[in-house]
Ligand binder design. Structure first.
Ligand code: ASP
Ligand code: MG
Length: 476
């Protein structure tokens, strides 16, 4: 019998209509089914705010926030079980009480540790699994809520815990296997796990996808379906490129490159456990369930495309350390990157020409002032001796990335990318290409971001009729 893991994200469990669709999707899948759910949209954020409030001493405000969530959840529950009278779900009740008690103790201590926060956040997914299981039962599906704290064993890095795979896989089979054999549909909480000692942990924001992939791998599932509110990964952000199309298939490497630059559909690490075992992961739309979506596979299947998707990220700054005295001095780059690390600044792009006269790094714009100060302090001697001329900043900058496995070994891709930009007179500030050759990234002024994305998308995705004519003007 086939096994399918179906994960439903926050918006797919947040309203009676969404849960209605979820139920019909689940009913339409044959074989064994394991459901993984996120907290309802907005709940995790509200819980984080409540935990922070309690940590700052406002336990009352925090409890009131949980009471609001509880009312929302009760209402959702009543609607999805189609209760005629006001029934309350004992499970939901108990969860809210426990969470309020946690917030009260945090409030008394005026300190919210990561460990306490994880225990508080777990409320979101636990409540969802109660509601969704009840909704499915009301529709004749023998569903049972299951807390992943009894399955996903993690280390104690609260807030961003790493699963211990072998133990998790063993527990997944021992907990879920008998349920499946008995014809039940487990509705498992995403996002949360527990240490070996049973202390609740979370796997990082957005990690319900990760839970789904872990369970799919553990059960050697045939497919892992990630239901969200968009029809897969698009060839570009449709707000920038209205003609962007959903991509039928992406390799794991392509998905990784894309997600890095803001294609927010999923975190690639999250699907790795499934993809590694050759289990296809499909991203599908709860609200348009017949759309084909995007399938993520381990190895690229050549489909003739070159640049498959174009993505971009704004709000950045380009910092250049420049000076003739830098060339040939070992350890210079290390000094620069030691400083970014010490300042806890994440670097999105690096470029250094072989003349070694300058190192360019792209960082979030709101970190660049402190980074510049720190670099000037670090390089005070070099600046005084004019080995380093200056530490310069340009902002606001955007990084645009053209991504596709088909770029590897295909000559002329860079020429087409930069030719398309040149024709539109878009100035390129810095360029980087990793040796994996499946991503060409470059910086433009943020004001050019959208035009640059459209230029590349048009170059690689339009039919020949919309390609530039010989005279360089666009013919349509
Ligand atoms: N509820 C968690 C979050 O908002 C996990 C998830 O939605 O995947 O981060
Ligand atoms: Mg999510």
């Amino acid at each position: 019998m086939s096994t399918t893991v179906l994960k439903f994200g926050g918006t797919s469990v947040a309203t009676p209509e969404a849960i209605e669709r979820l139920a019909s999707i689940v009913s339409g899948v044959a074989g064994d089914r394991v459901i993984v759910v996120s907290a309802t949209a907005g709940t995790t954020n509200a819980l984080i705010a409540a935990a922070n409030a309690a940590g700052a001493g406002d336990a009352e405000g925090a409890e009131a926030a949980v009471e609001r969530l509880q009312r929302e959840h009760d209402l959702l529950y009543q609607k999805v079980v189609r209760a005629k009278v006001d029934v309350v779900c004992a499970g939901l009740q108990e969860l809210a009480e426990r969470t309020k008690a946690l917030l009260r103790s945090v409030g008394l201590l005026r300190e919210c540790s990561r460990r306490s926060r994880d225990a508080i956040l777990a409320y979101g997914e636990l409540a969802s699994s109660e509601i969704v299981a009840a909704a499915l039962r009301a529709r004749g599906v023998e569903a049972e809520p299951v807390a992943a704290t009894g399955i996903v064993v993690t280390d104690d890095a609260f807030g961003n815990a790493a699963p211990v795979f072998d133990e998790t896989y063993a527990r997944a089979t021992s907990v879920l296997g008998p349920m499946l054999r008995a014809g039940q549909v487990p509705v498992v909480t995403g996002f949360i796990g527990a240490t070996r000692d049973g202390v609740t942990t979370t796997l990082g924001r957005g990690a319900s996808d990760y839970t789904a992939a872990i369970l799919a791998a553990a059960l050697r599932a045939d497919e892992c379906l990630i239901y969200t509110d968009v029809s897969g990964v698009m060839s570009a952000d449709p707000r920038i490129v209205p003609s962007a199309k959903p991509l039928p298939q992406l390799s794991y490497a392509e998905a990784a490159e894309l997600s890095y630059f803001g294609a927010k559909v999923l975190h690639p690490r999250a699907v790795l456990p499934a993809v590694e075992l050759g289990i296809p992961v499909r991203i599908l739309n709860t609200f348009a369930a017949s759309d084909a979506g995007t399938t993520i596979v381990g190895e690229a299947v050549p489909d003739g495309s070159v640049v498959k998707a174009t993505t971009s990220l704004g709000g950045l700054a380009l910092l250049t350390v420049q000076g003739a005295g830098m060339s040939g001095i070992p350890g210079f780059a290390a000094k620069v990157f030691d400083t970014t690390a010490a300042q806890d600044v994440s670097v999105l792009m690096i470029s250094q020409a072989s003349s070694e006269n300058s190192i360019c790094i792209v960082v979030p714009a709101d970190t660049v002032d402190r980074l510049k100060d720190a670099l000037e302090r670090m390089l005070a001697k070099e600046l005084a001796h004019h080995d380093v001329e200056r530490v310069a900043v340009e902002r606001p900058i955007a990084v645009v990335a053209a991504v596709g496995d088909g770029m590897r070994g295909t000559p002329g891709v860079a020429a087409r990318v930069f030719g398309a930009l040149g024709r539109l007179r878009i100035n390129v500030v810095a360029i980087a290409q990793g040796s994996s050759e499946l991503n060409i990234s470059f910086c433009v002024a943020e004001a050019d971001q959208a035009r640059a994305v459209r230029a590349i998308h048009d170059e690689f995705h339009s039919s020949s009729a919309t390609r530039p004519s010989a005279s360089g003007t666009l013919v349509s």
